[in-house]
Design a protein around this ligand. Structure first.
Ligand SMILES: [Zn+2]
Length: 327
């Protein structure tokens, strides 16, 4: 009777497993703060992708750790970039697994920011400067529009390699429209965009920055990621991304922002994703390793809460473990 009247049913069909692809061969390097999550060379990523698919998980999202970084994020859009290589290899060996490409520049930039950075002219409008926390760093600023060109180039390059879904996570203004236009012009009219629409500036991203080696070298990301205090602004950001052509939208992180997921579900009728981020994973794993909580039960309860809030698609490092339990 209990399961008969259950309101939400967790299944692996909505899971997306994040993978970090790095150069080399036979590399499987565990991320210190994320037990069970590894940096994988392309050959190992293919093996991992095969396992993911065999567990009934339909999709993986790929992040790249390039051979080298520069100030134009060359590794993000090069046709032989690490994500492009992995995409081609997984497509070939694991057909039917949906590949989602994270589109951002921070992993490929020597300074670790999500966009092009230049020294600012020093003529900040007083109003904005007084109200907001210091931008990237007082003497630097992100160049929004020049960044859009590189993001669009990255999306097209990923699509060419065989990416099924393009997922921009950079939070630059106008990036969904720019990516949509570039994809269409290059013949990829059927490739959907899942935008990280409501991405909060969060301390829960800490372990990811170790995994993807993408911590900013100076300043922080508060000039382009959202204030965790704002729900209405999050809905506004989602609305803007949909108007620009996003097919699906994401809230990130998940558990500290369940109310945002719920409100977005009420307001918008598009597929809604939530990213249970590295810090959420790390907290549960650390407590479980100390035997302070029951890992399996806490994991499933956390995923259920995200689904109940309204996310039909869940990006989670628990995807494989949860899928095993859910059978
Ligand atoms: Zn980024």
């Amino acid at each position: 009777m209990r399961s008969f009247v259950r309101e939400t049913r967790l299944t692996p069909e909505g899971f997306v497993y994040p993978m970090f692809v790095c150069p080399g061969e036979g590399v499987r390097k565990e991320v210190r703060s994320m037990p069970g999550v590894c940096n994988l060379s392309v050959d190992e990523a293919v093996k991992e992708a095969r396992e993911v698919k065999s567990l009934g998980i339909p999709s993986v999202i790929l992040f790249g750790l390039p051979e080298s970084k520069d100030e134009m994020a060359t590794g993000a859009w090069a046709s032989d970039g690490i994500v492009q290589q992995a995409t081609r290899a997984i497509k070939k060996d694991v057909p039917g697994l949906m590949l989602m490409g994270d589109v951002c520049l921070c992993e490929y930039m020597s300074h670790g920011h999500c966009g092009i950075v230049r020294k600012s002219a020093g003529t900040q409008s007083l109003g904005a400067a007084a109200a907001a926390p210091p931008a990237v760093a007082a003497e630097y600023e992100i160049v929004n529009d020049a960044t859009l060109e590189i993001l669009a180039k990255t999306a097209v390059s990923q699509a060419r390699a065989g990416m099924d879904i393009i997922a921009p996570s950079d939070m630059m203004d106008g990036r969904v429209a720019a990516i949509r236009k570039a994809l269409d012009e290059n013949g990829f009219v059927n490739i959907p965009i899942l935008s990280y629409a409501a991405k909060f500036a969060s301390a829960f991203y800490g372990p990811f920055r170790e995994a993807a080696d993408s911590a900013p070298q100076f300043g922080d990301r508060r000039s382009y990621q959202m204030d965790g205090a704002n729900l209405r602004e999050a809905l506004h950001e989602i609305e803007l991304d949909l108007a620009e052509g996003a097919d699906m939208v994401m809230v990130k992180p998940a558990m500290p922002y369940l109310d945002v997921i719920h409100a977005a579900r009420q307001r918008f009728d598009v597929p809604l994703a939530a990213y249970q981020v590295s810090g959420e994973y790390a907290m549960i794993m650390a407590a479980a390793q100390n035997n302070w909580v029951d890992k399996d039960r806490v994991m499933l309860e956390s995923l259920q809460s995200i689904q109940r809030a309204g996310a039909g698609i869940i990006l989670t490092y628990f995807a494989k473990d949860a899928a095993r339990l859910l059978g």
